[in-house]
Ligand binder design. Structure first.
Ligand SMILES: [Zn+2]
Length: 509
């Protein structure tokens, strides 16, 4: 590498690829004239007896239909029944790895996925199924049998009967989901049953499934809470990143926290699910950070390969800024959250270098807050380099204009393009070899952020105008519409030590 353009060391690059797993989203090849692209037809029937379950019938269409299938997350189905041309059926075992290889003359296969965990001999789980009554949450990867290798031109049709479903995709007018191979691989989160509301933004809609009952909060309040969080994404991006997304809300008995866990899965479009405390009342929701954090993951591209510290860092950083920009928290609260997070990150990684944390990983506190600090460093340097006229927000806009995915190098190139000079690798060279949080104190001092025993004091400093621009509203305050008053006097709430959200990488197989 020429020394004039320092880059991530080869070791870092290779490690990122190995540790984070290389993967490419499926792409679609043009079809040949006259070719019937549909190779798979799924008919999913929700049944209530003897247990709540999904009965799946999968028709293999044509000679080129796949024969080698996989439950991406095995454990929910032990056996499938396959049927040949004469209609006679026999059972096949699902391998411990989730694989099912069907005979060449198979026309149809059937299986049942029990939504109730006890039937599967397991505990209720965010991914493999949790719910009550006629409201169930499950990830497609647990119940949807899909081809082990997906050809880019593969098409599938899927219908759900017996219940109102909320899948990541939008069905056509006749209720058929028309899917591509990549949809079967990255199939996202699914809701069966429950109640619905729709959150409308200026240029997007969010379809919400509420899967269970809340003791002290009605559905309108839950959807207003999500509306607030989605509106805060617009303090970072000019438009909501996707015209339509789906969100599932699952109440957890005995919990008072407004959101106890959240996750984004990279279906197309991404799908979001959040666990909320069943006992949480309206007064708790204005302090929640989980929903806006998850939705802010939509504001950055899917990094290919997955780069946890970068995606989590961006979302964690903007979680504080967006809530300050909307007026939901004061700038002092936002900086106190960042300072507190950096301190937890430092406690988690000690004196390890930034390069070491980024390459070899760390606990979630170490990963998230190293990434958040890096995001702050990039944002501040961009603003310094451009007389406080351009920012990290523009990097995200620029990347979004190139599509839903980006590589690490494309992220760096976008930073340089916004800066108008080579900035990204200069930053990496300056910080990678230092202890991950070594740069915090001088940076805060330059920004006029003075940590103290009771939070932070903000004052005049060399870059205090940069700080004010970071925390400033992009297009005016976002108005909260739910019952609880949003006030900058809301008490500062520290985060506890448990991870409350995870972002899963896209899956290749
Ligand atoms: Zn996250």
């Amino acid at each position: 590498m020429p020394s004039s353009r320092p880059v991530l060391s080869f070791a870092v690059r290779v490690s990122l690829l190995l540790v984070l797993g290389a993967c490419q989203p499926a792409r679609t090849l043009p079809l040949r004239p006259g070719e019937d692209p549909t190779a798979l037809r799924y008919r999913v029937t929700y049944v209530r007896e003897p247990v709540h379950a999904l009965d799946v019938e999968l028709v293999l269409v044509g000679e080129n239909a796949p024969r080698d299938f996989l439950f991406t997350q095995p454990g929910g189905v032990d056996r499938v029944r396959v049927f040949g041309p004469e209609g006679s059926g026999h059972e096949l075992s699902v391998s411990p790895e989730g694989r099912v290889l069907v005979p060449r003359d198979t026309r149809l296969l059937r299986y049942r996925y029990p939504l109730e965990a006890r039937v599967r001999g397991a505990r209720p789980d965010f991914s493999s199924g949790m719910g009550e009554g006629d409201s169930w949450h499950v990830a497609g990867r647990a119940w949807l049998l899909r081809p082990r290798v997906v050809s880019p031109s593969l098409r599938a049709e899927l219908v759900v009967e017996g219940v109102d479903a909320l899948l990541p995709w939008e069905p056509d007018a006749s209720g058929v989901y028309r899917l591509e191979g990549g949809d079967l691989v990255d199939s996202g989160f699914h809701a069966f049953g429950g109640r619905r509301c729709t959150v409308r933004l200026p240029d997007a809609v969010m379809e919400v499934a509420v899967l269970g009952h809340m003791s002290r909060m009605d559905d309108a309040g839950l959807c207003a809470w999500l509306h607030q969080a989605a509106s805060e994404v617009l303090t970072v991006r000019r438009h909501f990143p996707y015209p339509r997304i789906t969100v599932r809300v699952i109440p957890v008995p005995g919990r008072q926290a407004p959101a106890v866990f959240g996750m984004v899965l990279w279906s197309s479009p991404p799908s979001v699910s959040v666990l909320v405390g069943q006992e949480a009342g309206p007064e708790f929701f204005p302090r929640d950070w989980v929903a806006v954090h998850e939705l802010l993951h939509l504001a950055h591209p899917t990094f290919v390969p997955h780069i946890a510290w970068l995606s989590e860092g961006l979302a964690t950083y903007y979680t504080e800024l967006a809530r300050a920009r909307s007026g939901r928290q004061t700038p002092e609260q936002a900086w106190a959250e960042l300072v507190s997070g950096f301190s937890r990150g430092r406690a988690a990684v000690g004196t390890r270098t930034m390069e070491d944390v980024m390459t070899h990983g760390a606990s979630f506190q170490g990963i998230y807050w190293t990434g958040a600090l890096f995001a702050l460093l990039v944002d501040v340097e961009l603003r310094r380099a451009t007389g406080n006229t351009r920012s990290l927000d523009e990097v995200l806009e620029r990347l979004a204009s190139s599509g839903p995915t980006a590589t690490f190098d494309e992220f760096g190139a976008a930073v340089d393009a916004v800066a108008g000079r080579s900035l990204f690798h200069e930053l990496l060279e300056r910080h990678l070899s230092q202890p991950a949080f070594a740069g915090v104190e001088p940076l805060l001092q330059a920004l006029g952020v003075e940590p103290g025993p009771d939070g932070v004091r903000l004052g005049a400093a060399r870059d205090s105008q940069v700080r004010e621009a970071l925390e400033g509203a992009r297009r005016g305050p976002v108005t909260a519409k739910f019952g609880a008053r949003m006030s900058d006097r809301d008490p500062f709430v520290s985060r506890d030590g448990s991870p409350r959200h995870v972002q899963l990488p896209p899956l290749t197989q």
